[in-house]
Design a protein. Structure first.
Length: 203
């Protein structure tokens, strides 16, 4: 998993509440277990009509936001089913940070497992950042995970809170597999002991 330390980039505004995981990545894209190529399905039904023709106007299709790295959204972002393809699709597009008043629990957890930083802030703070994000190519935010700060385009600073363990995992690029492999010497020692005590298990 890619480390997250400091991120500077365009922030895209998505002023919608209750954006669920089916809106983020619809069911027809759940057949793959690959984490690449899913950007094409990101918010697909908001970007295409029933005949699969592109719909003009969706924020991430606008030239100013096609390279967005940060998404500023409404309350309860990521609700609905627990599909891990939702953070995969966001990450494949290039989104590495989402700022919203609140997140659905499973989506919130899946973000951390995939190197995305979800930041929950008070609604008035999100509203202010949403206005910043509406500035198009000038909507540059800088997110410093170590300092737990967001620097706005005008230089103003917004502090955010984060669980210390999850912060450690993101800064060091540790998913669950990587955390397990940090103890590979103990795993090897346990297996060697078991092999001596119960060799039939390894036959």
């Amino acid at each position: 998993m890619e480390k997250f330390t400091k991120l500077t980039g365009v922030a895209a505004p998505l002023p919608m509440a209750n954006v669920d995981t089916d809106m983020i990545i619809p069911k027809q894209y759940l057949k793959t277990i690959k984490r690449t190529g899913l950007a094409a399905g990101l918010f697909y039904e908001m970007r295409h009509d029933e005949a699969d023709n592109p719909i003009d106007g969706f924020v991430l299709d606008q030239p100013a936001y096609q390279q967005a790295k940060i998404l500023v959204a409404g309350v309860n972002f990521g609700c609905g089913s627990s599909r891990e393809h939702a953070p995969w699709a966001l990450l494949d597009f290039g989104i590495r940070c989402i700022i919203a008043p609140s997140f659905a629990d499973i989506f919130h957890t899946n973000c951390f497992k995939n190197g995305i930083l979800p930041i929950a802030l008070a609604e008035d703070q999100v509203d202010a950042l949403m206005e910043d994000a509406r500035k198009g190519e000038n909507a540059i935010l800088s997110v410093d995970l170590e300092k737990q700060e967001i620097v706005r385009p005008d230089g103003g600073v917004v502090r955010f809170e984060i669980d210390s363990f999850l912060k450690h995992c993101l800064i060091n690029g540790l998913d669950e597999v990587a955390m397990t492999l940090q103890k590979d010497d103990k795993i090897d020692a346990f297996e060697a002991h078991q092999r001596g005590q119960q060799p039939w298990l390894f036959a």
